[in-house]
Design a protein. Structure first.
Length: 254
């Protein structure tokens, strides 16, 4: 599993304090972060030196901090890495309108799946996934598909160090069972899940591949279990598979 130093975690916690505020004083950061004063002072100095925070000094008694432009630069790089989101969005929108179901895209980050794009259904009862939301790679159709398509070394390392959490009654909690399911996903070319991460929800996912043939994302559709039928499943798989293929071709995969 991946570890992170305590200081880095605390520094990120400080940056998170700016979610709802443009500027903050040192004492506001201490109060908001619930970290010791000396720790906040030390981390703020380091973040300022790195360009992640900028000091705004209007007077000796009016000193505040705001997020630095370095974060904008880093955010731009992340956005460029996820450029395929923009390319995929029109196809996802078309799929969303055709099915009137939640359509989402997920990628691997560390040992989790992260949802980087989504389009909601207009149904009164529907699953809500947040962009930036995370899921363990063993729970849900998109996470499992991403795990199945990892390179062998990364997947083996993940499986050797996995720590299962029973999220719902259907969450897989056995490595051998997970391995069998991953092999089946590779064989079929798509993934299906039933209430593994979100209760009362079924998921269907296909891989999005780049020009090298590598799976870079999972395109998924999620529906309430109450709307499930075999005919509905077949239609969703057919349309999701076609959409994933179209996006992949735009990315140079043939």
């Amino acid at each position: 599993m991946y570890t992170m130093s305590r200081s880095l975690i605390k520094a990120i916690k400080l940056l998170d304090c700016f979610k709802d505020k443009l500027e903050m004083t040192l004492y506001e950061l201490v109060e908001e972060s619930n970290l010791p004063k000396t720790t906040v002072f030390r981390l703020v100095s380091s973040l300022e030196e790195a360009g992640l925070l900028v000091k705004v000094k209007r007077s000796s008694h009016d000193v505040k901090y705001r997020l630095g432009l370095k974060l904008l630069e880093l955010g731009k790089r992340v956005s460029e890495q996820l450029e395929y989101r923009k390319l995929a969005l029109p196809y996802m929108r078309e799929l969303n309108q055709k099915l009137n179901e939640l359509v989402h895209m997920a990628v691997v980050e560390g040992d989790e799946a992260v949802y980087v794009e989504k389009l909601d259904s207009t149904k009164p009862v529907r699953l809500v996934i947040q962009i930036g939301g995370r899921s363990p790679l063993y729970a849900g159709s998109a996470p499992k598909l991403l795990l199945a398509h990892m390179n062998d070394d990364d997947r083996d390392n993940y499986l050797q160090n996995i720590e299962f959490e029973k999220i719902t009654e259907n969450t897989i909690e056995n490595v051998e069972e997970l391995k069998r399911e991953l092999a089946e996903i590779k064989r079929k070319g798509y993934s299906i899940s039933q209430a593994e991460h979100y209760r009362d929800t079924m998921g269907f996912s296909y891989p999005i591949k780049d020009f090298n043939g590598e799976t870079i994302a999972a395109l998924g559709v999620s529906i309430p279990i109450t709307d499930y039928s075999k005919e509905r499943e077949e239609m969703i798989l057919r349309e999701t598979g076609k959409t994933a293929e179209r996006i992949s071709r735009e990315l140079g995969y043939w």
